[in-house]
Design a protein around this ligand. Sequence first.
Ligand SMILES: NC(=O)c1ccc[n+]([C@@H]2O[C@H](COP(=O)([O-])OP(=O)(O)OC[C@H]3O[C@@H](n4cnc5c(N)ncnc54)[C@H](O)[C@@H]3O)[C@@H](O)[C@H]2O)c1
Length: 376
Amino acid sequence: MMNRTLTCSPTQTQNVYQIEISDSIFNQSHSLCHFLKGLAPHFAIVTDTGVAPLYGNRLQELLIQFGLTSYLFAFPDGEASKTRHTKECLEDQLLDKKMGRDTCIIALGGGVVTDLAGYLASTYCRGVSLVMIPTTLLGMVDASIGGKNGVNTPHGKNLIGSTYQPKKVWIDPSFLKTLPKEHIKNGVVEMIKHGLIADSLYFELLEKGVADIEVLNNDFLEKVIFDSCSIKSGIVARDPFEKGERHLLNFGHTIGHALEKLSFYALSHGEAVAIGMMVEGYIAVDRGDLKPEVLERIFKVLKSYQLPMKLPRLFTPEEMLQAMIYDKKSMKGLPRFVILKDIGQSGVFDGNFCTSVDERSIINAVNRMNHDLCCH
Ligand SMILES: NC(=O)c1ccc[n+]([C@@H]2O[C@H](COP(=O)([O-])OP(=O)(O)OC[C@H]3O[C@@H](n4cnc5c(N)ncnc54)[C@H](O)[C@@H]3O)[C@@H](O)[C@H]2O)c1
């Protein structure tokens, strides 16, 4: 077992921090607590009701044993909690405990927790220290990296939030032993996305790694989590404020977010983005940018990780276009898409790394999605 460390330094921001990947945080409690002690005297561990009994109480006990004041705040688990209301409840709970500017918020959980707690940290007392300890694969390879956080509204996902970098991200793959398999798949989708937009060798590794992920081979997990974090943090460092290259990280999400919203979250984030990558691939094929056989290869790898690749119902092009209005890449109410050119290679489009496409091409892609992926 080895510790792997990445240093992240988003340009134009003052914040340089480390992502540390090491097995069993609880066996390295001394270095964890020592680091935390240097940040603040008071700790608010923010987690959800799924993670609190597994790891939250244990982390709180550890901090208390080390002489650090800590409180545990757990909100009901699930995407439905990622709201302004939950953030407000947490703020009131922290204020009731008289937690002030010298508080450090520890986000312990999946992407819902890290998004919510990150947003909370960025505004609580006008900004307090933040440490991320992701416990899902998606949290490890994606949500905890890059400083983006936020909450959902009835108008769409992640519409309210901020960009706020943590002081450190601790990644412990052993947390994945208790994570249900369907949530492992959500993380794998984002890892496949990282290979598709930036690194064909990494994609090949994932093509060959189905069995390693299935048995949670620790060495393999450490390697692929590290590679995914490197790809994402590299993109974020070059484009911290999402002006260009960072749009690549949105591949599959323009369609994916619309599907999540229109299915009332019956499709998980990973399932929706997996389908979204295929549909955005149809658009690239339609434009003549991507070879159909490359798209076949992408479909094959997604299926090999047992992603269902099935729609819960048919979606009309009109409702899909309507649902994409609030996509953050939209301009003048029209969606823009990342255009894949090959495995590991995407269109640059004058440094925007996404482009608007003919409405007909979107309609064709949605119709093809309904034809190829509908459950009936
Ligand atoms: N900020 C970003 O850059 C970014 C990137 C990707 C996704 N996201 C966001 O991440 C969210 C999805 O995150 P997620 O997929 O991690 O889901 P999640 O946070 O809802 O966690 C899934 C479930 O797993 C449980 N859980 C977490 N860790 C566990 C463990 N180790 N063992 C057992 N159960 C555990 C949780 O209690 C929850 O019920 C979405 O809201 C998405 O928008 C953000």
